[in-house]
Design a protein around this ligand. Structure first.
Ligand code: DGJ
Length: 731
């Protein structure tokens, strides 16, 4: 079916590439299966955005869209520019600002032509070519439409052939224009162990800016992902929502401007802060991509669009497999040796995970890594802790029956390290300033190709020496202070070139090790974005693994990132019982960071059984659609479910998140995403040893129609604080 639908969609979209237009006007409709972004080019060749929303039934009618609800006088005709140039007649926040080679600080961009071509199964790319009428300065606006997923990936390419270099002061990836009566922005903020706190606020006239200036950790304080609801606050299954995220791991800026006509302008891209970029003639500057999806059926659809897109097109092995693991970080911290680790391998096997992950602390000799104050950069096994080297550990793990993976943090350097002593010029710092440390460390200068080789070599050496090593956890615990490179001739290129350098390294690693599972970690969830997730199979959302906290943290990441990429570990954080922590961790890629030998008999039995159960349900969680049912921000509980594509299996998770008298699921909860015509048998999973499930005592079979109309009560209360139910089609 899919095979038929996709070519048909491509054909439809190609046939409407020119469309008919009013005299002098050109309408460029960038369509997906359900949505459209329409650019109108007027008779003066100004490109403007005149529609972001549902696709029209009749493509020829796009040509009837004109000023599009601008609701009044636009002094410049540029309020809704498809890429607002600064310095000539613009009055609002620009998308691009440059100084030409002759010192002229203005830019005008007029339409030249556009082209459209299929660039993959279900993907059509439209490119709009713009040019300054006075200067040989061009911008290409690229729009990749993912047809079935309703996602658009947008970026710009800037080039010129002026006599000398041009300085780019601002160079956004995307510039949208969305008219509505009211706008409600949901953005997120956080810090270490408290990632992804949502705030929903109405946007009023003027600018609201989301940004980061941390250099390396775009997600830490203010993630580059947001939702904008139109006309009414965002609802799960109702209303118009645009979900957007910038695919960039460094400094970003997303600006929302409600203009004098009360329309919403949006500019998303690299942060112009301290980042003027000098572009030589004949060279190109390609911005990172801004990804967005429009839904008129609420946040739920928007999330599922992004999840499907990410699994299919972005995350390595996004539709494939993942490894469960036992991590030793919280079990040992820096205090381990070969004997201890060998015991932990056996524990991992006993528990039933696929892999053992050796965390921080395995390296450094002159300055051993026995705490976080030394050795980053000295990636040789510590001979006291690991006298027989990594190869021995890999073998020991394999003999114990599990795979072996390892933690690295190769972008960083400890001031107390041999690397720092040898290569002080490889470190980002200012010679005449005090060094500032974030977690006692500094950042290496990834703009320097020699440093890129070194960082690449850290992982490549480990993999070359240990070809069966099966997992890399890549950490990044510092921000950039004293942002200066000793070797980069353009100081203001540093922030941009850093991320580009990082991506070059990742690209090389992915080319050589295409199937290697890699976790994106950044002192918890300091770096979670679709720029880095092009290379990483999964990400670490937070060091906070308290089950209760994780319900919220994972809930918020789930707006943008799919479960298969979300690493959830069962640890000793928090006060919730092991069942609660395990149930929460199952809503993604489960792992453990506990001392298995300290589990009591029942806890061990429960965990072993949970991993077997996970094997049976992981396909639905990893590859199915997520439906959020009850928000922990609105009720005593959180409830969400995953449904597979065939709609014959679903897994439903519910958690008590408040403890007040009679708190719990007092009424049935309506399910979503099922086939109304089929029958489903409900069975409780993860029943704790020694307890009984009333749900499992009698057969529970209901039609999808019943479950989605009347619902079912999972009976979550203070005695049953977390409940996992499986729904299987019953014929
Ligand atoms: C921060 C990570 O988030 C932790 O999981 C752990 O790997 C430590 N770094 C190790 O230093």
């Amino acid at each position: 079916m899919l095979r038929l639908v996709v070519p048909l969609l491509i054909l439809l979209s190609l046939t409407m590439s020119v469309g008919w237009s009013a005299p002098g006007d050109i309408h460029i409709a960038i369509e997906t299966k359900r949505t459209a972004l329409v650019i109108l080019v007027d008779k003066d060749q100004n490109p403007t955005v005149v529609h972001v929303g549902p696709k029209l039934d009749r493509a020829d009618e796009y040509a009837k869209i004109s000023g599009n609800g601008k609701r009044g006088e636009d002094y410049t005709g540029l309020y809704n520019s498809a890429y607002t140039p600064a310095g000539s007649r613009n009055l609002l926040e620009p998308a691009i600002q440059v100084t030409h080679a002759d010192g002229n600080p203005s830019l005008d961009l007029r339409y030249v032509r556009h082209e459209r071509k299929p660039v993959g199964e279900g993907i059509v790319e439209t490119t709009v070519f713009l040019k300054d009428p006075q200067y040989p300065f061009e911008v290409e606006l690229h729009y990749k439409a993912y047809l079935l997923e309703d996602v658009i990936e947008q970026w710009s390419v800037i080039r010129h052939t002026e006599k000398n270099s041009v300085v780019l002061h601002k160079y956004a990836s995307a510039n949208l224009y969305i008219p509505a009566q009211h706008y409600y922005l949901t953005h997120f903020h956080g810090d270490w162990a408290q990632e992804m706190n949502p705030v929903e606020e109405p946007l009023t006239e003027g600018l609201k800016v989301l940004d980061t200036k941390l250099g390396t950790r775009a997600d830490l304080f203010q993630p580059p992902s947001f939702l904008v609801a139109l006309n009414q606050p965002a609802e799960e299954d109702k209303g118009e929502v645009v979900a957007g995220t910038l695919a960039w791991s460094g400094n970003y800026q997303i600006a929302f401007e409600v203009d004098p006509l009360h329309n919403l302008r949006l500019m998303a891209g690299i942060n112009p802060y301290a980042s003027a970029y000098t572009l030589a003639p004949g060279k190109e500057f390609a911005t990172p991509a801004f990804l967005y999806t429009y839904s008129n059926t609420g946040k739920g659809t928007a999330s599922r669009n992004l999840h499907r897109w990410a699994r299919k097109f972005r995350i390595p092995q996004g539709e494939g497999n993942r490894l469960t693991l036992l991590n030793n970080w919280e079990a040992t911290y820096f205090d381990f040796n070969e004997e201890k680790l060998t015991e932990l391998f056996k524990d991992g096997k006993k528990l039933g995970v696929d892999l053992f992950l050796l965390d921080d602390g395995w390296f450094g000799n002159k300055y051993p890594r026995n705490n976080d104050r030394a050795a980053l950069g000295d990636w040789q096994e510590n001979v006291k802790k690991l006298p027989h080297g990594l190869g021995y550990l890999v073998k020991q793990a394999e003999e114990a029956g599990i795979k072996f993976g390892i933690w690295v943090e190769p972008e960083m350097v400890s001031p107390k390290s041999e690397l720092y002593e040898k290569h002080a010029d490889w470190v980002l710092k200012l010679p005449n300033r005090q060094e500032y440390y974030f977690r006692n460390q500094l950042v290496l200068d990834l703009t320097n190709p020699k440093v890129q080789d070194f960082v690449y070599g850290v992982v490549d050496d480990i993999m070359t020496k240990n070809p069966t090593l099966s997992y890399i956890k890549w950490d990044c615990n510092a921000v950039i202070y004293n942002a200066f490179s000793a070797t980069n001739p353009n100081p203001s290129h540093l922030y941009v070139d850093y991320v580009r350098g990082l991506y070059k390294v990742m690209e090389r690693l992915r080319t050589k090790y295409p199937a290697l599972p890699m976790m994106l970690c950044s002192g918890g969830g300091g770096r979670v974005d679709y720029g880095a997730l092009r290379y990483f199979t999964e990400f670490w959302p937070s060091d906070n693994t308290d089950g209760l906290e994780r319900v919220f943290i994972q809930w918020n990441y789930s707006y943008f990132f799919p479960a298969i990429a979300t690493c959830n570990h069962v640890t000793d954080w928090g006060k919730q019982p092991i069942k609660f922590r395990t149930d929460v961790a199952m809503m993604g890629k489960i792992g453990y960071d506990i001392v298995v030998s300290k589990l009591d008999e029942k806890e061990l039995e429960f965990s072993q059984q949970a991993l077997k159960t996970y094997d049976q349900i992981k396909d639905v969680v990893w590859h199915g659609d997520l439906f959020r049912l009850v928000s922990p921000y609105e009720a005593d509980l959180a409830s969400l479910m995953y449904v597979n594509d065939a709609k014959d299996k679903a897994v439903w998770f519910s958690y008590l998140i408040k403890n007040r008298y009679r708190a719990g699921s007092v009424a049935p909860i309506r399910l979503k995403g099922l086939d109304p015509a089929r029958n489903y048998a409900i069975r409780e999973l993860n029943v704790y040893p020694g307890t009984k499930s009333a749900i499992n005592a009698t057969p529970q079979v209901y039609s999808g129609n019943y479950l989605m109309t009347i619902g079912f009560n999972p009976t979550v209360d203070t005695r049953r604080t977390s409940v996992v139910l499986e729904l299987s089609e019953s014929k």
